[in-house]
Design a protein around this ligand. Sequence first.
Ligand code: NCD
Length: 303
Amino acid sequence: MKDKNLLTIESLNKEEILEILDAATLMKQGNYDKNLLENNILASCFFEPSTRTRFSFESAMYRLGGKVISLNGEEASSMKKGETLFDTIKVLGSYADIIVLRHPLEGVAKRAAEAVDKPIINAGDGAHEHPSQALIDLFSIRESQGSLENLNIAVIGDLLHGRAVHSLVLAFLNFCNRLFFISPEEFSLPKSLSNKLRAKGIPFSFNKNLDDIIDNLDVLYVTRIQKERFYDKYDYLGVKNSYRISLEQLRGCKSNLKVFHPLPKVDEIDVNIDNSPYAYYFIQATNGLYVRQALLAKLLRKL
Ligand code: NCD
């Protein structure tokens, strides 16, 4: 990996992405040195709620023999006394070998990376990007479909505020698939992203109805409405429950169709899908561990 940080998925080329996915496969097979990151310390800094991202990064570090120090929001640190995030991160960078940072403001990981010389992983910066999630998504799609090319892929949900979607769409610039986007009208994919797809010649369309395209899909990637990004709760009430995938809707789909979701899911997927052969989201969440093991080892230059 040329870049010492992972701030945006765009910093990785196709070859580097595939190298991480291959390393994650070895991690999943248990085919790795359990002390690979012995003597390495991860600073896990979260200024927004997290379950999977935080615990999978921390677990990944422990599983490779490393150690973890952590910061839970401003309340628990000297930021409460008025210290800037950048002073805080600068100091943490001298205690740890690598930093995972989640923050509600866009661009914070990038600015933090300017303050320290240790690698920084952007674990979500506002509505901007969540690059390690995109790697997990690619790994899971490849695992379930045997390929990352020539697939019919629908992405449904809050495409405007969803940082996982943004990184995934940018990752798709490296692969040739047919993309379908479905969202409430006001939460359509940002133009900057659709322009990039167009420039790369990736075929895509904005669709109104899942039912019109479901029969040909290989991948259905569902996301929740990012209600914490709304400043007006009434806007949220307008789109709440505006889409919900039912098991009934999947009847007649291709037998290889899998449903993905970065999680947490709220009410956008019928619980009956959870135990159907289509659900892949819990396996996807488990894969987070292996992909993050691979990513930590790569960024710490141990692989
Ligand atoms: C995502 C996030 O935080 O952006 N969650 C995750 O990391 N798996 C998606 C979401 O919160 O909807």
